[in-house]
Design a protein around this ligand. Structure first.
Ligand code: AR6
Length: 178
């Protein structure tokens, strides 16, 4: 599924974020930026040890923020490490923090004049954010960003399994109809 907002394309795809050929891929990182499981582990494995070496120089990253590194052995030239929130019950600022992580990642892509970025569903794995609610935050944040920025022009949400893809398709349809 693919839609257009202000001449930018938002695309939903099922797959592995490490294989994307976008200018940058976004990592669902933790505050240490020193690797972990899930997407983070997969990205570090695929990029090679130089990625961890660069991450060590960054001094971590607070929740809701993002930092950029090179992509090393990845097809993507850059990795944008975004730290989403751990989900408790939705009353601890989780939505604002998740929106901030997406916004900061988009800011970095814009500042580096990147045309294309691939995002995983940040916080929806180990961090426990409900998938549909997280998708609403992601789409709302991306749409708001594109209203004031002309780049990036391709934003690909890469969902790991069919169920995550279906949830994102449903939420995006609801979002467009609203
Ligand atoms: N490509 C695309 N999506 C993936 C991939 C992949 N290769 N692997 C998993 N997913 P998670 P979080 C999906 O847990 O919730 C790490 O240990 C997965 O199905 O990777 O933000 C970090 O170091 C889920 O929908 O990230 C942090 O400590 C989504 O990606 C913590 O996990 C995010 O799952 C961050 O937790």
């Amino acid at each position: 599924m693919q839609i257009e907002i202000n001449r930018a394309v938002i695309e939903l795809a099922q797959g592995d974020i490490t294989e994307q050929d976008t200018d940058a891929i976004v990592n669902a990182a933790n505050e240490s930026l020193l690797g972990g499981g899930g997407v983070d582990g997969a990205i570090h494995r695929a990029a090679g040890p130089q990625l961890l070496a660069e991450c060590r120089t960054l001094g971590g990253c607070v929740t809701g923020d993002a930092k950029i590194t090179r992509g090393y052995k990845l097809r993507a030239k850059y990795v944008i490490h975004a730290v989403g929130p751990v989900y408790y019950d939705g009353t601890r600022g989780e939505a604002e923090l998740l929106a901030s992580a997406y916004r900061r990642a988009l800011d970095l892509a814009h500042a580096h004049q990147l045309a294309s970025v691939a995002f995983p569903a940040i916080s929806t794995g180990v961090y426990g954010y409900p998938m549909a609610a997280a998708a609403r935050v992601a789409f709302a944040t991306i749409r708001e960003f594109l209203q004031t920025h002309a780049a990036p022009t391709l934003l690909r949400m890469v969902l790991y399994d069919a169920r995550a893809l279906q949830t994102h398709e449903r939420v995006l349809q609801e979002f467009l109809a609203a």
